[in-house]
Design a protein around this ligand. Structure first.
Ligand code: COI
Length: 354
């Protein structure tokens, strides 16, 4: 069933103000946004309207009690100039999984996808084509009750906006193993893309930045012995260019769509992948023995973020030069070329917009 969406287009596009050669991540927004409201137990009034501020109550439930979730996905142009999305159904499923965990309503796939495709089709000219760039798509849902009592909100808003972006990390990153703060533990909401999971990372990340790092590596909340994920990405460690380790899905880490794509492509290429608990000790010992040939984070925004150095208990352990990284270089090129339609998509990951 096709979704009927009310469309009000802007009378004045801002696209001429965007310098597509020098885009800063997350600061430029395309002309339109999608919005649908959950009221009286159902999603109603889907609309595409000019991007801009929205009116909210100071008592907005999402602000006070944190029922707020989001997704990140990307749209690209293929060589024929057609817009395409990368694995949008996986994002829809993950948003709904986050919604369930946060006591929020799920959004029907056809409504999400209908709004998404129409929005990206309308703002298609905002999709940048420079190497490494994309149109970053940010779907999100938040509780809208005007009520200060603590209970699950009755009303919600779901929205999508888009930003033309370049790579999130312009150069390899220095990461610090975090042993003081905890992101998630058994029974919490670590797997959900909940705003609060990012909120609690701000202080630890700011402290790491003061020490000269770009990001932190979270460790498990119980023992702080095992690595979990980085602030913005899932993690992969490559031993002697052969064996690849990544933390297992344990309810605490984000079930990354780029992570899943990387595992799939690496297996197809014949690499041995182990999804398991990985101790910080194992990683540090491998760097000391020059066995850690590559390490990187994966995520929608970052795609593949090479790790330049790992800081642990006051010492920095450096990894090989970025150019020599066999696995992460191959992986980045392969994924990005699939996303931009330059090599065949054998896994049905790419979805045309129009
Ligand atoms: C993403 O990769 O989409 C995220 O949500 C992480 C954030 C750094 C933008």
């Amino acid at each position: 069933m096709a979704i009927s969406i009310k469309i009000s287009k802007t009378s004045q596009s801002r696209i001429h103000l965007c310098d597509f050669e020098n885009i800063e991540f997350g600061k430029i927004f395309s002309d339109h946004m999608f919005r649908v409201d959950y009221e009286d137990g159902k999603w109603q009034n889907p609309q595409i309207l000019p991007y801009g501020p929205i009116e909210i109550s100071p008592a907005l439930s999402a602000i006070h009690y944190g029922q707020s979730i989001f997704e990140g996905m990307k749209a690209f142009k293929n060589p024929a100039g057609e817009a395409q999305l990368f694995r949008p159904i996986d994002n829809i499923n993950r948003l709904n999984k986050s919604a369930v965990r946060m006591g929020m309503p799920e959004i029907p796939e056809e409504l999400f996808l209908g709004g998404l495709k129409q929005l990206v089709a309308i703002d298609k000219d905002w999709i940048p084509t420079k190497e490494g760039s994309a149109l970053y798509v940010r779907p999100f849902m938040f509780a809208t009750d005007d009520y200060v009592g603590v209970r699950s909100s009755i009303n919600y808003t779901f929205m999508i906006f888009c930003c033309p972006v370049n790579s999130y990390y312009p150069k390899p990153i220095k990461v610090k193993v975090e042993k003081k703060y905890v992101r998630a533990s058994a029974g919490m909401a670590g797997y959900a893309k909940a705003a609060g999971n990012y909120g609690i990372s701000m202080l630890p990340t700011a402290e790491a930045k003061k020490e000269g790092y770009d990001q932190i590596i979270w460790t498990d909340g119980r023992t702080h012995e095992n690595v979990e994920e980085s602030g913005t990405t899932n993690l992969f460690f490559v031993m002697e260019d052969k064996l690849i380790l990544t933390p297992r899905i344990d309810g605490n880490i984000l079930e990354g769509i780029t992570r899943a794509s990387c595992i799939h492509l690496l297996k197809e290429e014949g690499y041995e992948i182990q999804e398991r608990d990985i101790s910080v000790k194992e990683i540090i010992e491998a760097t000391k023995a020059n066995k850690l040939t590559d390490a990187f984070g994966t995520g929608t925004a970052a795609i593949i973020a090479k790790i330049a150095a790992i800081g642990f208990e006051g010492t920095d352990y450096f990894l090989p030069e970025a150019e020599s990284r066999k696995v992460s270089n191959w992986l980045y090129n392969t994924i990005y070329q699939i996303q931009t339609g330059k090599i065949a998509d054998q896994n049905n990951w790419v979805m045309p917009v129009e």
